[in-house]
Design a protein around this ligand. Structure first.
Ligand SMILES: NC(=O)c1ccc[n+]([C@@H]2O[C@H](COP(=O)([O-])OP(=O)(O)OC[C@H]3O[C@@H](n4cnc5c(N)ncnc54)[C@H](O)[C@@H]3O)[C@@H](O)[C@H]2O)c1
Length: 316
């Protein structure tokens, strides 16, 4: 037996990094008390400030009221052990480093402390739940719920059952995500990268190639994508876009273009060189563009502001 969506009263989150803090926030925003933990002290001490700052932006844009900030913050409890995070939870989401032995160990560990009906979800970007749950006594209650960054704003959550995941677990995961205003999409096969990381990787391989061969500047490539594909894809799926354009045209274009596209199976050389130099993007102040700590803070605020406008326009 696993909890039904209606029986979920408390939520646990393991890992308080980029994704964990945002997933905790998303549940707390919709009224759930959340307990969150991390092995890193710095993550634990900073998590509440991080969430409060995100909520401040939401309030500025009118998505929540100023008064709600304190209520939401009051629902979040930071604890210093996995045991304390899962003990009273009905649903737990793991969002630690993308490392299979770590995740497998955590799922094994969580079972020792959580209630028998507790649903256990992983935010893994790539590992099948069949592998993550390999040391579990009851793998039928484990499932992948793959959120996107920032998790408190991006609607999609990919839901990927493992070979042993029960229908009941899938149903609860789906229903609870709908309850917290997310858009769950079921991935029916445990394919590596699920749906979105595969689609994104296919596009990015060509984007890096275009920068590498100097087809246009990095600024112009981003601008071209935002004002065309991005503009359309905000509410039309790529298959519907193609149906509207005519599949005969698509077939002809593909005939000419596919043979010249980058088809490499390794990370792009330019990307690899940047990483080897220590240019990781905003994390280090330099990637395809350059940043200062102030410009990063401004960029994230502006990103969230625009995402909120889209959310209000298209989803609320
Ligand atoms: N960053 C993204 O855009 C994104 C999107 C979707 C999914 N994911 C996935 O989400 C997961 C987390 O990614 P992130 O970007 O938040 O990483 P992150 O590095 O920002 O945070 C991971 C956190 O996990 C903590 N941690 C590591 N081992 C732990 C343990 N045993 N117990 C408790 N905490 C532990 C770390 O201290 C760290 O604070 C990964 O599986 C990643 O692939 C990331």
């Amino acid at each position: 037996m696993v909890v039904s969506a209606g029986q979920v009263k408390k939520v646990g989150v393991i890992g308080a990094g980029t994704m964990g803090h945002g997933i905790a926030q998303a549940y707390a925003q919709e009224g759930y008390p959340v307990t969150i933990t991390d092995v890193a002290k710095s993550a634990l001490t900073g998590v509440k400030d991080r969430i409060k700052s995100n909520l401040g932006t939401l309030a500025c844009e009118g998505l929540i009221s100023e008064k709600e900030i304190e209520n939401i913050m009051g629902r979040i409890t930071v604890v210093d052990s996995l045991e304390n995070a899962v003990r009273d939870a009905d649903l737990v989401t793991e969002a630690v480093f993308e490392d299979l032995p770590t995740k497998t160990g955590i799922f094994h560990e969580m079972e020792k402390f959580c209630s028998p009906e507790c649903l256990l979800a992983s935010n893994t970007s790539s590992f099948p739940m069949t592998q993550i749950s390999s040391q579990m006594e009851r793998p039928e209650r484990a499932i992948v719920t793959h959120w996107m960054n920032p998790p408190y704003l991006v609607p999609l959550v990919e839901v990927v059952p493992g070979e042993k995941t029960s229908e009941e677990t899938y149903k609860t995961a789906h229903e609870i995500l709908v309850k917290i205003k997310k858009v769950p999409v079921k991935v029916q096969k445990e394919i590596l990268g699920f749906l979105i990381n595969r689609i994104q990787s296919a596009m990015n391989r060509e984007v890096y190639h275009l920068v590498e061969v100097g087809a246009a500047s990095a600024e112009d490539i981003d601008r071209a994508v935002v004002t065309s594909l991005g503009f359309r894809l905000a509410f039309l799926g790529p298959l519907l876009v193609r149906d509207l354009a005519g599949l005969d045209v698509e077939c002809k274009v593909a005939d000419t273009i596919l043979p010249v596209l980058d088809s490499s199976t390794q990370p792009n050389r330019l990307l690899k060189d940047m990483v080897d130099r220590g240019d990781y993007g905003t994390k280090t102040g330099k990637g395809f563009f350059s940043y200062t700590p102030e410009s990063i803070a401004e960029l994230i605020k502006e990103r969230d502001r625009r995402f909120i406008h889209l959310l209000k326009e298209l989803y609320y």
